[in-house]
Design a protein around this ligand. Structure first.
Ligand SMILES: [Zn+2]
Length: 135
């Protein structure tokens, strides 16, 4: 018998799930690099985020960028941040960074002060300062 066709909504949901799976992986990778002391300052975190996205297949490959731009929560990120429209890959670069930042926030990180004192839960922009807080 005839195969049941997916609706467009179903197809978009699959693309969305695939894209946000990529976003979650980048966020998880940054988080584990903070936990393993590879990233110890807010500046390091933002640099690592930029590098991760800059080399990501979503940004490198035009087709992947098109799919990502279809489902991102931050399609206007490049125009908002730079005032320019750019190529689809450039738009994806800004949009995916914004999506990863949003994911980290949903995961409980204050991106301005991503390091937390284990004792009093106060947040800081550097790991060493957070560790010295109640220590
Ligand atoms: Zn403290």
């Amino acid at each position: 018998m005839a195969t049941e066709l997916l609706s467009v909504d179903d197809a978009v949901n699959i693309i969305r799930r695939d894209y946000f799976d990529n976003v979650q992986r980048v966020a998880d990778d940054l988080r584990s690099r903070m936990e393993s002391d590879e990233i110890t300052t807010r500046d390091d975190l933002y640099e690592a985020l930029t590098e991760s996205i800059d080399s990501h297949q979503r940004v490198i490959y035009t087709f992947q960028a098109k799919l990502g731009m279809l489902v991102t929560d931050n399609a206007e990120a490049m125009e908002d941040e730079t005032g320019e429209t750019g190529t689809i890959e450039q738009q994806m670069f800004f949009a995916m960074q914004a999506d990863v930042r949003a994911q980290l926030e949903r995961d409980g990180f204050d991106l301005n002060e991503p390091f937390t004192c284990a004792e009093c839960k106060k947040t800081f922009d550097e790991r060493d300062i957070a560790r010295a807080c109640c220590g």
